[in-house]
Design a protein around this ligand. Sequence first.
Ligand code: FAD
Length: 478
Amino acid sequence: MNKPRILFWHRKDLRINDNKALMKAISLSNAITSIYILDKNYSHDFNAKSRAWFLGNSLQELSNNWKKMGSRLVLKEGDPLIIIPQLAKKIDAKFVFCNKSIEPYEINRDLEIKKNLKKINITFIESWDHLLIEPSKIFSGNKKPYSVYGPFYKNLKSKIKLLGSYDENKSIFELKDLDNEIKENPEIKSSHLVLENFLKNINFSGSKICPCRPGEKAAEILLENFINKKKIYSYNTARDFPSYHGTSFLSASLRFGTISIRTVWNAKSNLDFVIKNQQNSLSIETWQKELVWREFYQHCLFHFPELERGPYRKKWDLFPWQNNQEWFQLWSNGETGFPIVDAAMRQLNSTGWMHNRCRMIVASFLVKDLICNWQMGEKKFMEILVDGDLSANNGGWQWSASSGMDPKPLRIFNPYTQAKKYDPICKYIKFWIPELSKVSNSDLLNGEISNLEITNYTKPMVNHNMQQRLFKSLYAEI
Ligand SMILES: Cc1cc2nc3c(=O)[nH]c(=O)nc-3n(C[C@H](O)[C@H](O)[C@H](O)COP(=O)(O)OP(=O)(O)OC[C@H]3O[C@@H](n4cnc5c(N)ncnc54)[C@H](O)[C@@H]3O)c2cc1C
C-alpha cells in the first residue's frame, strides 16, 4: 500500500532535530513535502531587521538540510489560509502536520485552516513542541491556570521529572526519494526565488556583533559553549553583569525554534555526574528557572490572550501616562544622560539584543522615570529585538511596569544603584558610550559628571528622585 503524502508546515520550529510534529509525520509516512510561509499577516516575525536576518539565514540552512535528505523546503509568501489548503490539495496530501502555536493570531489562523482542510478531506495534525509541558497539563490547586510564577515553577519541575528525557527524539530518517519529482517542480523553482529575494533584502548592520546566531548548527554550538565550557556553573552570579558574557544567548534560537526547548533543558543532564559543589547546582537551577520564565509567559498568553492588548491588572488602564514623545525618542536613541540606560539602548540599537538586567533597567526607566506607557517600550523592543517574542516581551514589560502577574505592587529601579551593583567598573557603560571613557568611574556611577568631563554626552534628562515621587503620587491615584 502506498504511504500517504504529508505536507509538513514549519513555523517556530526551524529545525529537523527533535521536532515533535516532524517525528510524528515521519512515523506515518516518508513521503513528506515541507513548507515555510512568510505569513503576510504575521509580519512581526520578520519586520525587525535583526529578526529578518535571523529568519532568512535559518531558513537557508533548513532548506539545505531538507535538500541533504533528498527533499526540498517549499518557501512561499502570502496568506497561509490560502496557501496551505491549495498546496496540500495540489500534492494530494492526506495530512498537514505542524507544531502548535500559542499566540492569539496563530491560534485563530490554525483553527480556520483546520476547518478549511477538513472540507477537502485533509487532516490537520498539531503537536506541542515549543513548550516543556502543554498548557492543558498544568493547573493550580483550584484547577485554574497559574498567574504567579513561583508555584508554576514548583509544579512544572515536579512534572518534568515524571516526564523524563526526550532524547529519543533525535531525528535520523530516510525520506522517500523525491529527486525526480522535485527537479521539475515549479513550487520548488519559485521557492529559490522567494528565499533569494528575502535574503537579498536583509539589511541588518549588526549581523557580525549580534550574540544570537541563526540556524540549527549555530544553536547547538551556543548550547555547547554554555554547557560544556562550564559557563553554566557561574551563571548564578555572572548572568547579572552585562559586561560578562555570562548567559547562553539562546533566546533567538528558542524563539525561532532552531533548537528545541527539550534539548536545551536536558543539556544539563550531561553535567549531573560531574556537578562538584552547591554553587554549581545552584547555578544550573537558576538557569532552568529562567527557561521556566519563558515557559510561564507562554502559558500566560495562551490562557489570557487579552495580555496582548493591555495590562493584566486592569487598574493600570486608568494610569495617567504622560507619553512625552520627545522623551521617548531620547530613550530610544540612548540619549537620556543616564549612562547605564544609554549604554543598554545603544547595545540594542547596534546588535539587536540587550542583556536581561539592562532590559529591566531601561524598562523601569521608561515607565517609572519618564512616565511613558509600557506598551510604547514593548512595541519599540519588538521593532528591534532579534529574539522579539510576544509572550516574553509582553511578560517582561508588564513585570517592569508592575501591571502584570508579578505580585509585587511597585518596583522602581534606581539607574545609579543598578549601575553601581552590576557594572561597578563601568566596563559595559564605557564600551557602549566611548565618549565617557575618560570620566572617572565614581563620577559616572554617582551621576556627577562635570561639564568639563562631558564631551559629547548629554546631561541627565530628568531628576530620578523627583520623577520617582511623581510616579508614586500618580500611582496612588489609581
Ligand atoms: C522588558 C523585557 C523584555 C524582554 N523581551 C524578550 C523577548 O522579546 N524575547 C525573549 O526571548 N526574551 C525577552 N526578555 C527576557 C530576557 O531578557 C531574554 O530572554 C534574555 O536576555 C536572553 O538572553 P539569553 O538567551 O542569553 O538568556 P539566558 O539567561 O541564557 O536564559 C536562557 C533562556 O531562558 C529564557 N529567558 C531568560 N530570561 C527570561 C525572562 N525574563 N523571560 C522570559 N524568558 C527568559 C530565554 O529563552 C533565554 O534564551 C525580556 C525581558 C525584559 C525585562
